[in-house]
Design a protein around this ligand. Sequence first.
Ligand code: PEP
Ligand code: MG
Length: 543
Amino acid sequence: MQVAIGKSVLAGIAIGPLHIYKKKAIPQIEQYSSRTPAQEWERFEIACEKANQVLLELYEKALAEMGEENAAIFEIHRMMLEDEDFLDAIKEMLKNQSSTAEFAVSMVGERFSATFAAMDDEYMQARASDVKDVSGRVVGILTGQQQETILLLQPAILVADDLTPSQTIQLDRSRVLGFLTRHGSSNSHTAILARTMNIPALVGVDFDDSWDGKLAVLDGYDHCVYIDPTPERLSEMQERRKKDLEQLAFLQALRGKQNRTLDGREIKVYANIGDTQDVELVLQCDAQGIGLFRSEFLYLNAQDWPTEEQQFLYYQHVIKAMEGKKVIIRTLDIGADKQADYFRLDKEDNPALGYRAIRVCLTREEIFRQQLRAILRASAFGNVSVMFPMIISVWELERAKAILEGCKTELHKQGIAIGALEIGIMVETPAAVIIADELAAQVDFLSIGTNDLTQYTLAIDRQNPRLDRFYDPQHPAVLRMIRHVVEAGHRHNCWVGICGELGAEQTLTETFLRMGLDELSVAPSAVLPLRRLICSLDLSKKQ
Ligand code: PEP
Ligand code: MG
Protein backbone atom coordinates (compact mmCIF):
# COMPACT_ATOMS: atom_id res chain seq x y z
CA MET A 1 0.00 0.00 0.00
CA GLN A 2 1.25 3.47 -0.84
CA VAL A 3 -0.04 6.62 0.90
CA ALA A 4 0.05 10.12 -0.58
CA ILE A 5 -0.97 13.31 1.17
CA GLY A 6 -2.95 16.20 -0.30
CA LYS A 7 -5.37 18.88 0.82
CA SER A 8 -8.97 17.87 1.09
CA VAL A 9 -11.68 19.97 -0.54
CA LEU A 10 -14.55 17.74 0.60
CA ALA A 11 -14.62 15.44 3.59
CA GLY A 12 -15.80 12.14 2.18
CA ILE A 13 -14.55 8.75 1.06
CA ALA A 14 -14.25 7.49 -2.51
CA ILE A 15 -13.16 3.96 -3.38
CA GLY A 16 -12.38 2.82 -6.91
CA PRO A 17 -9.75 2.48 -9.65
CA LEU A 18 -7.59 5.49 -10.47
CA HIS A 19 -7.76 6.99 -13.94
CA ILE A 20 -4.96 9.35 -14.92
CA TYR A 21 -5.93 12.08 -17.34
CA LYS A 22 -3.08 13.47 -19.42
CA LYS A 23 -3.40 16.86 -21.01
CA LYS A 24 -1.99 17.16 -24.52
CA ALA A 25 0.98 19.53 -24.86
CA ILE A 26 -0.03 22.86 -26.42
CA PRO A 27 1.94 23.56 -29.57
CA GLN A 28 2.57 27.05 -30.94
CA ILE A 29 1.08 28.10 -34.28
CA GLU A 30 3.88 27.83 -36.85
CA GLN A 31 3.73 30.36 -39.67
CA TYR A 32 5.71 28.58 -42.40
CA SER A 33 5.26 25.01 -43.49
CA SER A 34 7.80 22.46 -44.72
CA ARG A 35 4.94 20.56 -46.40
CA THR A 36 3.62 21.27 -49.88
CA PRO A 37 0.54 23.50 -50.25
CA ALA A 38 -1.40 20.40 -51.38
CA GLN A 39 -0.47 18.57 -48.18
CA GLU A 40 -1.47 21.58 -46.06
CA TRP A 41 -4.77 21.78 -47.93
CA GLU A 42 -5.41 18.14 -47.15
CA ARG A 43 -4.73 18.77 -43.43
CA PHE A 44 -7.18 21.66 -43.61
CA GLU A 45 -9.84 19.52 -45.25
CA ILE A 46 -9.51 16.80 -42.63
CA ALA A 47 -9.78 19.37 -39.82
CA CYS A 48 -12.88 20.86 -41.49
CA GLU A 49 -14.47 17.44 -41.64
CA LYS A 50 -13.87 16.94 -37.92
CA ALA A 51 -15.21 20.41 -37.12
CA ASN A 52 -18.24 19.64 -39.25
CA GLN A 53 -18.86 16.46 -37.33
CA VAL A 54 -18.71 18.25 -33.96
CA LEU A 55 -21.00 21.01 -35.25
CA LEU A 56 -23.48 18.45 -36.51
CA GLU A 57 -23.53 16.76 -33.10
CA LEU A 58 -24.00 20.11 -31.38
CA TYR A 59 -26.79 20.95 -33.81
CA GLU A 60 -28.60 17.69 -33.10
CA LYS A 61 -28.20 18.03 -29.33
CA ALA A 62 -29.46 21.63 -29.43
CA LEU A 63 -32.33 20.68 -31.73
CA ALA A 64 -33.48 17.92 -29.39
CA GLU A 65 -33.08 19.97 -26.24
CA MET A 66 -33.84 23.50 -27.31
CA GLY A 67 -35.55 23.58 -30.68
CA GLU A 68 -34.77 24.66 -34.21
CA GLU A 69 -34.30 28.36 -33.53
CA ASN A 70 -31.45 27.73 -31.10
CA ALA A 71 -29.88 24.95 -33.06
CA ALA A 72 -29.65 27.09 -36.21
CA ILE A 73 -26.41 28.76 -35.12
CA PHE A 74 -24.52 25.48 -35.56
CA GLU A 75 -25.89 25.16 -39.09
CA ILE A 76 -24.64 28.68 -39.84
CA HIS A 77 -21.20 27.67 -38.57
CA ARG A 78 -21.23 24.61 -40.80
CA MET A 79 -22.15 26.75 -43.79
CA MET A 80 -19.26 29.10 -43.07
CA LEU A 81 -16.87 26.20 -43.44
CA GLU A 82 -18.15 25.80 -47.01
CA ASP A 83 -18.04 29.47 -47.94
CA GLU A 84 -16.15 29.78 -51.24
CA ASP A 85 -14.52 33.14 -50.51
CA PHE A 86 -13.25 31.81 -47.19
CA LEU A 87 -11.90 28.64 -48.78
CA ASP A 88 -10.29 30.53 -51.70
CA ALA A 89 -8.52 32.94 -49.35
CA ILE A 90 -7.05 30.01 -47.39
CA LYS A 91 -5.98 28.19 -50.54
CA GLU A 92 -4.23 31.31 -51.75
CA MET A 93 -2.26 31.75 -48.53
CA LEU A 94 -1.15 28.14 -48.58
CA LYS A 95 0.01 28.48 -52.18
CA ASN A 96 1.55 31.95 -52.22
CA GLN A 97 2.95 32.23 -48.73
CA SER A 98 3.86 28.61 -47.87
CA SER A 99 1.81 28.98 -44.69
CA THR A 100 0.77 26.19 -42.42
CA ALA A 101 -2.94 25.45 -42.57
CA GLU A 102 -3.44 26.68 -38.97
CA PHE A 103 -1.71 29.98 -39.68
CA ALA A 104 -3.74 30.52 -42.87
CA VAL A 105 -7.05 29.73 -41.14
CA SER A 106 -6.31 31.98 -38.23
CA MET A 107 -5.24 34.91 -40.49
CA VAL A 108 -8.16 34.55 -42.89
CA GLY A 109 -10.55 34.13 -39.96
CA GLU A 110 -9.30 37.39 -38.42
CA ARG A 111 -9.60 39.21 -41.77
CA PHE A 112 -13.13 38.02 -42.50
CA SER A 113 -14.21 38.71 -38.96
CA ALA A 114 -12.92 42.30 -39.17
CA THR A 115 -14.80 42.77 -42.47
CA PHE A 116 -18.07 41.60 -40.90
CA ALA A 117 -17.50 43.75 -37.81
CA ALA A 118 -17.14 46.86 -40.02
CA MET A 119 -20.48 46.33 -41.81
CA ASP A 120 -23.49 48.57 -41.11
CA ASP A 121 -26.00 45.79 -40.85
CA GLU A 122 -26.35 44.55 -37.24
CA TYR A 123 -26.97 40.98 -38.30
CA MET A 124 -23.79 40.93 -40.39
CA GLN A 125 -21.80 42.52 -37.54
CA ALA A 126 -22.91 39.71 -35.28
CA ARG A 127 -21.44 37.20 -37.74
CA ALA A 128 -17.93 38.51 -36.93
CA SER A 129 -17.77 36.45 -33.77
CA ASP A 130 -19.15 33.43 -35.63
CA VAL A 131 -16.31 33.57 -38.14
CA LYS A 132 -13.79 33.82 -35.29
CA ASP A 133 -15.42 30.96 -33.54
CA VAL A 134 -15.47 28.66 -36.55
CA SER A 135 -11.90 29.44 -37.53
CA GLY A 136 -10.83 29.02 -33.87
CA ARG A 137 -12.45 25.60 -33.84
CA VAL A 138 -10.55 24.51 -36.97
CA VAL A 139 -7.25 25.93 -35.68
CA GLY A 140 -7.87 24.09 -32.41
CA ILE A 141 -8.24 20.81 -34.28
CA LEU A 142 -5.15 21.45 -36.42
CA THR A 143 -2.97 22.21 -33.41
CA GLY A 144 -4.60 19.87 -30.93
CA GLN A 145 -5.32 22.87 -28.73
CA GLN A 146 -9.04 22.49 -28.24
CA GLN A 147 -10.02 21.95 -24.65
CA GLU A 148 -10.71 18.30 -24.17
CA THR A 149 -13.71 16.96 -22.36
CA ILE A 150 -12.67 14.21 -19.98
CA LEU A 151 -14.36 10.90 -20.71
CA LEU A 152 -14.42 8.03 -18.25
CA LEU A 153 -15.56 4.65 -19.50
CA GLN A 154 -16.20 3.26 -16.02
CA PRO A 155 -16.59 4.71 -12.52
CA ALA A 156 -13.17 5.86 -11.33
CA ILE A 157 -11.24 8.33 -9.23
CA LEU A 158 -9.92 10.87 -11.69
CA VAL A 159 -6.28 11.97 -11.39
CA ALA A 160 -5.01 15.04 -13.22
CA ASP A 161 -2.33 17.69 -13.03
CA ASP A 162 -5.07 20.28 -12.86
CA LEU A 163 -8.70 20.68 -13.85
CA THR A 164 -10.25 23.89 -15.08
CA PRO A 165 -13.68 24.91 -13.77
CA SER A 166 -15.15 24.22 -17.22
CA GLN A 167 -13.69 20.70 -17.32
CA THR A 168 -14.99 20.05 -13.82
CA ILE A 169 -18.53 21.14 -14.64
CA GLN A 170 -18.54 18.83 -17.66
CA LEU A 171 -17.52 15.73 -15.70
CA ASP A 172 -19.91 12.83 -15.90
CA ARG A 173 -21.09 12.63 -12.30
CA SER A 174 -22.27 9.06 -12.59
CA ARG A 175 -18.69 7.98 -13.29
CA VAL A 176 -16.46 10.32 -11.29
CA LEU A 177 -16.18 8.83 -7.80
CA GLY A 178 -13.67 11.45 -6.69
CA PHE A 179 -10.70 13.36 -8.03
CA LEU A 180 -7.10 14.16 -7.18
CA THR A 181 -5.07 16.96 -8.69
CA ARG A 182 -1.41 17.82 -8.41
CA HIS A 183 -2.02 21.56 -8.63
CA GLY A 184 -4.93 23.75 -7.62
CA SER A 185 -5.94 25.48 -4.44
CA SER A 186 -8.64 24.37 -2.06
CA ASN A 187 -10.25 27.82 -2.50
CA SER A 188 -10.45 27.66 -6.29
CA HIS A 189 -13.67 27.30 -8.24
CA THR A 190 -12.72 23.76 -9.18
CA ALA A 191 -12.63 22.90 -5.47
CA ILE A 192 -15.91 24.73 -4.85
CA LEU A 193 -17.53 22.80 -7.68
CA ALA A 194 -16.36 19.51 -6.18
CA ARG A 195 -18.02 20.49 -2.91
CA THR A 196 -21.19 21.55 -4.68
CA MET A 197 -21.31 18.34 -6.69
CA ASN A 198 -20.53 16.35 -3.53
CA ILE A 199 -17.48 14.68 -5.05
CA PRO A 200 -14.67 13.83 -2.58
CA ALA A 201 -11.50 15.50 -3.83
CA LEU A 202 -7.91 16.26 -2.88
CA VAL A 203 -5.57 18.87 -4.34
CA GLY A 204 -1.79 19.03 -4.09
CA VAL A 205 -1.25 15.27 -4.54
CA ASP A 206 2.10 14.28 -6.02
CA PHE A 207 1.06 11.27 -8.10
CA ASP A 208 2.98 9.21 -10.61
CA ASP A 209 1.97 7.44 -13.80
CA SER A 210 2.26 3.95 -12.30
CA TRP A 211 -0.95 4.63 -10.34
CA ASP A 212 -3.11 4.40 -13.45
CA GLY A 213 -5.72 1.64 -13.09
CA LYS A 214 -4.81 0.76 -9.49
CA LEU A 215 -7.41 0.46 -6.76
CA ALA A 216 -7.39 3.42 -4.36
CA VAL A 217 -9.20 4.92 -1.40
CA LEU A 218 -9.49 8.69 -1.35
CA ASP A 219 -9.87 9.77 2.26
CA GLY A 220 -11.12 13.35 2.30
CA TYR A 221 -11.27 13.32 6.12
CA ASP A 222 -7.59 12.61 6.59
CA HIS A 223 -6.37 14.45 3.46
CA CYS A 224 -4.78 11.38 1.91
CA VAL A 225 -5.12 8.67 -0.69
CA TYR A 226 -4.24 4.98 -0.25
CA ILE A 227 -3.08 3.24 -3.40
CA ASP A 228 -3.41 -0.57 -3.42
CA PRO A 229 -4.86 -0.45 0.12
CA THR A 230 -4.30 -3.40 2.43
CA PRO A 231 -7.43 -5.49 3.04
CA GLU A 232 -7.62 -4.04 6.58
CA ARG A 233 -7.45 -0.43 5.38
CA LEU A 234 -9.96 -1.13 2.63
CA SER A 235 -12.52 -2.61 5.01
CA GLU A 236 -11.93 0.20 7.56
CA MET A 237 -12.67 2.76 4.84
CA GLN A 238 -15.69 0.84 3.56
CA GLU A 239 -17.00 0.89 7.11
CA ARG A 240 -16.43 4.64 7.33
CA ARG A 241 -18.25 5.22 4.09
CA LYS A 242 -21.15 3.14 5.35
CA LYS A 243 -21.29 5.35 8.46
CA ASP A 244 -21.38 8.44 6.22
CA LEU A 245 -24.39 7.03 4.43
CA GLU A 246 -26.10 6.19 7.72
CA GLN A 247 -25.45 9.70 8.99
CA LEU A 248 -26.99 11.06 5.81
CA ALA A 249 -30.08 8.92 6.33
CA PHE A 250 -30.28 10.18 9.94
CA LEU A 251 -30.09 13.80 8.77
CA GLN A 252 -32.92 13.19 6.35
CA ALA A 253 -35.20 13.27 9.41
CA LEU A 254 -34.71 17.07 9.42
CA ARG A 255 -36.36 17.42 6.03
CA GLY A 256 -39.48 19.52 6.09
CA LYS A 257 -38.81 20.69 9.68
CA GLN A 258 -38.65 24.33 10.74
CA ASN A 259 -35.18 25.77 10.89
CA ARG A 260 -35.14 27.49 14.26
CA THR A 261 -32.80 27.76 17.19
CA LEU A 262 -34.03 26.47 20.56
CA ASP A 263 -34.99 30.04 21.51
CA GLY A 264 -37.05 30.46 18.36
CA ARG A 265 -34.79 32.43 16.02
CA GLU A 266 -35.37 31.46 12.40
CA ILE A 267 -32.59 31.42 9.83
CA LYS A 268 -32.72 30.54 6.19
CA VAL A 269 -30.35 27.80 5.03
CA TYR A 270 -30.03 27.87 1.27
CA ALA A 271 -27.84 25.93 -1.15
CA ASN A 272 -25.28 27.01 -3.75
CA ILE A 273 -25.39 25.49 -7.22
CA GLY A 274 -23.35 25.72 -10.41
CA ASP A 275 -25.42 23.69 -12.82
CA THR A 276 -28.99 22.57 -13.42
CA GLN A 277 -28.00 19.03 -12.39
CA ASP A 278 -27.27 20.32 -8.88
CA VAL A 279 -30.98 20.99 -8.33
CA GLU A 280 -31.37 17.28 -7.65
CA LEU A 281 -28.96 17.66 -4.71
CA VAL A 282 -30.81 20.73 -3.47
CA LEU A 283 -34.09 18.84 -3.43
CA GLN A 284 -32.47 15.89 -1.66
CA CYS A 285 -31.12 18.10 1.13
CA ASP A 286 -34.38 20.06 1.34
CA ALA A 287 -32.68 23.46 1.27
CA GLN A 288 -35.15 26.31 1.67
CA GLY A 289 -33.91 27.93 -1.49
CA ILE A 290 -30.93 28.48 -3.77
CA GLY A 291 -28.84 31.31 -2.35
CA LEU A 292 -26.26 31.36 -5.14
CA PHE A 293 -26.79 30.06 -8.63
CA ARG A 294 -23.40 30.54 -10.30
CA SER A 295 -24.81 31.26 -13.75
CA GLU A 296 -21.38 31.55 -15.41
CA PHE A 297 -21.13 27.76 -15.51
CA LEU A 298 -23.78 27.74 -18.21
CA TYR A 299 -21.31 29.74 -20.31
CA LEU A 300 -18.34 27.58 -19.28
CA ASN A 301 -20.24 24.44 -20.16
CA ALA A 302 -20.99 25.68 -23.68
CA GLN A 303 -18.83 25.67 -26.80
CA ASP A 304 -20.44 28.84 -28.02
CA TRP A 305 -22.51 31.78 -26.77
CA PRO A 306 -25.69 30.47 -25.17
CA THR A 307 -28.67 32.18 -26.75
CA GLU A 308 -31.33 34.01 -24.74
CA GLU A 309 -33.68 31.10 -25.34
CA GLN A 310 -31.14 28.53 -24.12
CA GLN A 311 -30.52 30.56 -20.99
CA PHE A 312 -34.23 31.01 -20.39
CA LEU A 313 -34.79 27.24 -20.56
CA TYR A 314 -31.84 26.61 -18.27
CA TYR A 315 -33.08 29.01 -15.57
CA GLN A 316 -36.69 27.95 -16.02
CA HIS A 317 -35.75 24.32 -15.37
CA VAL A 318 -34.18 25.21 -12.00
CA ILE A 319 -36.94 27.64 -11.01
CA LYS A 320 -39.72 25.18 -11.79
CA ALA A 321 -37.93 22.36 -9.92
CA MET A 322 -37.75 24.58 -6.82
CA GLU A 323 -41.56 24.95 -6.81
CA GLY A 324 -41.83 28.48 -5.45
CA LYS A 325 -38.77 28.39 -3.20
CA LYS A 326 -36.34 31.25 -3.70
CA VAL A 327 -33.75 31.02 -6.50
CA ILE A 328 -31.07 33.73 -6.42
CA ILE A 329 -29.37 33.93 -9.79
CA ARG A 330 -26.00 35.60 -9.76
CA THR A 331 -25.38 37.31 -13.06
CA LEU A 332 -22.38 36.30 -15.12
CA ASP A 333 -19.16 36.19 -13.08
CA ILE A 334 -16.75 35.30 -15.85
CA GLY A 335 -13.03 36.14 -15.87
CA ALA A 336 -10.09 35.38 -13.54
CA ASP A 337 -9.99 31.56 -13.29
CA LYS A 338 -13.31 31.14 -15.12
CA GLN A 339 -12.52 31.39 -18.81
CA ALA A 340 -14.51 30.34 -21.87
CA ASP A 341 -12.54 30.39 -25.16
CA TYR A 342 -15.26 32.10 -27.14
CA PHE A 343 -15.23 35.16 -24.84
CA ARG A 344 -11.69 35.75 -26.09
CA LEU A 345 -10.69 37.57 -22.92
CA ASP A 346 -7.13 38.90 -23.01
CA LYS A 347 -4.47 37.31 -20.84
CA GLU A 348 -3.91 39.57 -17.84
CA ASP A 349 -1.05 40.03 -15.40
CA ASN A 350 -3.42 40.15 -12.44
CA PRO A 351 -6.57 38.31 -13.48
CA ALA A 352 -8.15 38.40 -10.01
CA LEU A 353 -7.85 42.19 -10.14
CA GLY A 354 -8.83 42.26 -13.75
CA TYR A 355 -11.61 42.21 -16.26
CA ARG A 356 -14.24 40.03 -14.61
CA ALA A 357 -17.84 39.79 -13.41
CA ILE A 358 -19.83 43.03 -13.48
CA ARG A 359 -16.93 44.77 -15.25
CA VAL A 360 -17.42 42.51 -18.26
CA CYS A 361 -21.20 42.95 -18.11
CA LEU A 362 -21.07 46.74 -17.96
CA THR A 363 -18.68 46.98 -20.89
CA ARG A 364 -20.29 44.29 -23.05
CA GLU A 365 -23.87 45.19 -22.41
CA GLU A 366 -25.29 42.99 -25.15
CA ILE A 367 -24.17 39.91 -23.20
CA PHE A 368 -25.58 41.31 -19.97
CA ARG A 369 -28.91 42.30 -21.51
CA GLN A 370 -29.35 38.91 -23.07
CA GLN A 371 -28.81 37.23 -19.70
CA LEU A 372 -31.10 39.63 -17.83
CA ARG A 373 -33.89 39.13 -20.38
CA ALA A 374 -33.58 35.37 -19.96
CA ILE A 375 -33.69 35.66 -16.14
CA LEU A 376 -36.66 38.04 -16.26
CA ARG A 377 -38.60 35.75 -18.59
CA ALA A 378 -37.85 32.77 -16.36
CA SER A 379 -38.88 34.75 -13.25
CA ALA A 380 -42.52 34.34 -14.29
CA PHE A 381 -42.24 30.66 -13.29
CA GLY A 382 -41.31 31.01 -9.62
CA ASN A 383 -39.61 33.03 -6.91
CA VAL A 384 -36.51 34.61 -8.43
CA SER A 385 -33.92 37.16 -7.29
CA VAL A 386 -31.10 38.72 -9.26
CA MET A 387 -27.72 39.29 -7.67
CA PHE A 388 -24.85 41.32 -9.13
CA PRO A 389 -21.28 40.11 -8.38
CA MET A 390 -18.14 42.14 -7.57
CA ILE A 391 -19.87 45.48 -7.12
CA ILE A 392 -17.45 48.10 -5.78
CA SER A 393 -19.28 51.38 -6.47
CA VAL A 394 -22.72 52.91 -6.32
CA TRP A 395 -22.55 53.90 -10.00
CA GLU A 396 -21.98 50.29 -11.05
CA LEU A 397 -25.04 49.19 -9.13
CA GLU A 398 -27.12 52.05 -10.54
CA ARG A 399 -26.03 51.19 -14.08
CA ALA A 400 -26.74 47.48 -13.60
CA LYS A 401 -30.17 48.29 -12.21
CA ALA A 402 -30.87 50.69 -15.08
CA ILE A 403 -30.02 47.99 -17.62
CA LEU A 404 -32.29 45.59 -15.75
CA GLU A 405 -35.10 48.18 -15.82
CA GLY A 406 -34.53 48.65 -19.57
CA CYS A 407 -34.93 44.91 -20.11
CA LYS A 408 -38.12 44.89 -18.03
CA THR A 409 -39.60 47.71 -20.13
CA GLU A 410 -38.69 45.91 -23.34
CA LEU A 411 -40.35 42.71 -22.15
CA HIS A 412 -43.47 44.59 -21.01
CA LYS A 413 -43.73 46.14 -24.47
CA GLN A 414 -43.46 42.69 -26.00
CA GLY A 415 -46.23 41.48 -23.69
CA ILE A 416 -43.95 38.96 -21.99
CA ALA A 417 -44.78 38.16 -18.36
CA ILE A 418 -42.17 38.58 -15.64
CA GLY A 419 -42.29 37.86 -11.91
CA ALA A 420 -41.75 40.23 -8.98
CA LEU A 421 -38.10 39.93 -8.22
CA GLU A 422 -35.74 40.99 -5.45
CA ILE A 423 -32.46 42.64 -6.33
CA GLY A 424 -29.27 42.11 -4.40
CA ILE A 425 -25.53 42.36 -4.62
CA MET A 426 -22.60 40.30 -3.52
CA VAL A 427 -20.30 41.98 -1.04
CA GLU A 428 -16.90 40.66 -2.05
CA THR A 429 -14.51 43.56 -1.69
CA PRO A 430 -13.43 45.82 1.18
CA ALA A 431 -14.76 48.74 -0.90
CA ALA A 432 -18.27 47.25 -0.91
CA VAL A 433 -18.03 46.63 2.85
CA ILE A 434 -17.05 50.19 3.59
CA ILE A 435 -19.85 51.68 1.47
CA ALA A 436 -22.33 48.95 2.45
CA ASP A 437 -24.75 51.62 3.74
CA GLU A 438 -25.01 53.35 0.36
CA LEU A 439 -25.28 50.06 -1.51
CA ALA A 440 -27.87 48.64 0.90
CA ALA A 441 -30.04 51.69 0.33
CA GLN A 442 -30.48 50.56 -3.28
CA VAL A 443 -31.20 46.85 -2.93
CA ASP A 444 -33.29 44.22 -1.15
CA PHE A 445 -30.45 42.07 0.12
CA LEU A 446 -26.70 41.76 0.54
CA SER A 447 -24.96 38.42 0.19
CA ILE A 448 -21.39 38.26 1.46
CA GLY A 449 -18.98 36.39 -0.82
CA THR A 450 -16.38 35.45 1.75
CA ASN A 451 -14.17 33.62 -0.77
CA ASP A 452 -13.35 36.80 -2.64
CA LEU A 453 -13.75 39.03 0.40
CA THR A 454 -10.95 37.06 2.06
CA GLN A 455 -8.82 37.23 -1.09
CA TYR A 456 -9.17 40.99 -1.46
CA THR A 457 -8.98 41.82 2.25
CA LEU A 458 -5.89 39.75 2.95
CA ALA A 459 -4.29 40.47 -0.46
CA ILE A 460 -3.95 36.71 -1.08
CA ASP A 461 -4.59 35.12 -4.45
CA ARG A 462 -7.15 32.40 -3.69
CA GLN A 463 -5.85 30.37 -6.66
CA ASN A 464 -2.31 30.10 -5.34
CA PRO A 465 -1.87 26.81 -3.43
CA ARG A 466 1.37 28.05 -1.85
CA LEU A 467 -0.65 30.64 0.01
CA ASP A 468 -3.32 28.27 1.31
CA ARG A 469 -1.91 28.41 4.83
CA PHE A 470 -2.11 32.21 4.83
CA TYR A 471 -5.59 32.36 3.29
CA ASP A 472 -7.68 32.63 6.44
CA PRO A 473 -11.38 33.43 5.95
CA GLN A 474 -11.68 33.52 9.75
CA HIS A 475 -9.21 36.40 10.01
CA PRO A 476 -10.58 39.00 12.46
CA ALA A 477 -10.60 41.57 9.64
CA VAL A 478 -13.00 39.41 7.61
CA LEU A 479 -15.23 38.66 10.60
CA ARG A 480 -15.46 42.35 11.53
CA MET A 481 -16.35 43.18 7.96
CA ILE A 482 -19.19 40.65 8.06
CA ARG A 483 -20.55 42.26 11.23
CA HIS A 484 -20.29 45.72 9.62
CA VAL A 485 -22.23 44.55 6.55
CA VAL A 486 -24.99 42.96 8.64
CA GLU A 487 -25.46 46.19 10.60
CA ALA A 488 -25.43 48.36 7.47
CA GLY A 489 -27.88 46.06 5.70
CA HIS A 490 -30.30 45.97 8.59
CA ARG A 491 -30.25 49.76 8.90
CA HIS A 492 -31.66 49.82 5.36
CA ASN A 493 -34.14 46.95 5.78
CA CYS A 494 -32.06 44.56 3.71
CA TRP A 495 -31.67 40.97 4.69
CA VAL A 496 -28.05 39.85 4.82
CA GLY A 497 -26.56 36.44 4.09
CA ILE A 498 -23.28 34.67 3.41
CA CYS A 499 -22.87 32.65 0.24
CA GLY A 500 -19.09 32.11 0.41
CA GLU A 501 -17.64 28.87 1.74
CA LEU A 502 -17.27 30.33 5.24
CA GLY A 503 -21.06 30.10 5.65
CA ALA A 504 -20.67 26.34 6.18
CA GLU A 505 -18.06 26.70 8.93
CA GLN A 506 -19.87 25.19 11.89
CA THR A 507 -17.48 26.59 14.48
CA LEU A 508 -18.75 30.03 13.45
CA THR A 509 -22.47 29.32 13.05
CA GLU A 510 -23.36 30.61 16.50
CA THR A 511 -21.24 33.72 15.97
CA PHE A 512 -22.99 34.37 12.66
CA LEU A 513 -26.41 34.01 14.22
CA ARG A 514 -25.46 36.33 17.06
CA MET A 515 -24.19 38.86 14.51
CA GLY A 516 -27.70 38.80 13.07
CA LEU A 517 -27.14 37.10 9.71
CA ASP A 518 -30.45 36.13 8.15
CA GLU A 519 -29.30 33.52 5.68
CA LEU A 520 -26.46 31.07 5.07
CA SER A 521 -26.05 29.57 1.61
CA VAL A 522 -23.77 26.54 1.47
CA ALA A 523 -22.94 23.48 -0.65
CA PRO A 524 -25.95 21.11 -0.75
CA SER A 525 -24.08 18.45 1.27
CA ALA A 526 -23.57 20.99 4.10
CA VAL A 527 -27.25 22.00 4.38
CA LEU A 528 -28.59 19.27 6.67
CA PRO A 529 -25.59 19.20 9.05
CA LEU A 530 -25.89 22.97 9.38
CA ARG A 531 -29.60 22.75 10.05
CA ARG A 532 -29.03 20.17 12.75
CA LEU A 533 -26.54 22.48 14.45
CA ILE A 534 -28.79 25.54 14.21
CA CYS A 535 -31.70 23.63 15.77
CA SER A 536 -29.47 22.75 18.76
CA LEU A 537 -28.36 26.33 19.53
CA ASP A 538 -29.84 28.50 22.26
CA LEU A 539 -29.04 32.15 21.65
CA SER A 540 -30.81 33.32 24.79
CA LYS A 541 -27.89 31.95 26.81
CA LYS A 542 -25.01 34.39 27.27
CA GLN A 543 -21.83 33.41 25.42
C1 PEP B 1 -17.37 34.39 -3.10
O1 PEP B 1 -16.50 35.09 -3.63
O2 PEP B 1 -17.43 34.17 -1.87
C2 PEP B 1 -18.40 33.74 -3.93
C3 PEP B 1 -19.41 33.10 -3.37
O3 PEP B 1 -18.25 33.79 -5.28
P1 PEP B 1 -17.20 32.85 -6.07
O4 PEP B 1 -16.63 31.86 -5.10
O5 PEP B 1 -17.95 32.21 -7.16
O6 PEP B 1 -16.19 33.84 -6.55
MG1 MG C 1 -16.74 35.69 -5.68
